[in-house]
Write a protein that binds this ligand. Sequence first.
Ligand SMILES: NC(=O)c1ccc[n+]([C@@H]2O[C@H](COP(=O)([O-])OP(=O)(O)OC[C@H]3O[C@@H](n4cnc5c(N)ncnc54)[C@H](O)[C@@H]3O)[C@@H](O)[C@H]2O)c1
Length: 280
Amino acid sequence: MAYNLLKGKKGIVFGALNDKSIAWKVAERAHEEGAELVLTNAPVAMRMGEINKLAEQTNSQVIGADATNLDDLSNLLSQSMEIFGGKMDFILHSIGMSPNVRKKRSYDDLDYKYYSQSIDISAISFHKLLQTAKKMDAINEYGSVVALTYIAAQRTFYGYNDMAEAKSVLESIARSFGYIYGREKKVRINTVSQSPNITTAGGGIRGFDGLYDFSDRMAPLGNASSEECADYCVTLFSDLTRKITMQNLFNDGGFSSMGMSARVMGFYNRCLDNLLPDEW
Ligand SMILES: NC(=O)c1ccc[n+]([C@@H]2O[C@H](COP(=O)([O-])OP(=O)(O)OC[C@H]3O[C@@H](n4cnc5c(N)ncnc54)[C@H](O)[C@@H]3O)[C@@H](O)[C@H]2O)c1
């Protein structure tokens, strides 16, 4: 159901690779709520992905930008302002990539060049985007910038690897820049810490199926889907959340507040019953 929450608002969505991407769902929901959009992704991802299909569906323009490249970012923002006829109201940063995860390097055998790339792509790109936007004065007062993150920033999750550091840095940037951008331009910056979802980036994490199932059994409301993440992002872009900034907001069915659930305990006990005594 649409509520016209973003009627008259304009925004950029980073990271829609294919129809599994969380950014894809956010673009669809934002369009449904009346927003005018520019879609962007890294040029190489645009060649591999299906972004033009989404652009047609949402009546949006597509501008390629490598989010680690400052020239690409300023070109993206200036072209978007031309298209919008002025400043924008919201931006979604939905970008994550770890070459160490891709190349199956374990956390105690990281390649340090890859490590820097993971943090540059997945976190520092957020600072680059915010710094460029602020210098260009590209975002309206009470505009809203949201980046997607994961609870491995706070707690250790098997297989999440160097993305844990990347997400910690990302969340810290939201607070540090949120203070300055809020104070000077009244721009809001938040991160949404989302449940696991089966996407290209998510599926690359070692043991992802087990992680997905575990958090679904642990969370009283179950995992939040990508569509539910899109709903939440739309509220954060809207005028209904004008005083929310510098927050890391969990959209995870309650997972982050749980210690043990009956469903996980039941599953665990059944597994223990099947173990031989020397496997305890
Ligand atoms: N899927 C999950 O389980 C999950 C859970 C919590 C948070 N997240 C976060 O959500 C965000 C979106 O991921 P997703 O799961 O939709 O996967 P996805 O693979 O669909 O999206 C990741 C996007 O990052 C883009 N990207 C990579 N390098 C880039 C660069 N240099 N410049 C610009 N774009 C670049 C990719 O092209 C892709 O579109 C990520 O930040 C991810 O960490 C995902």
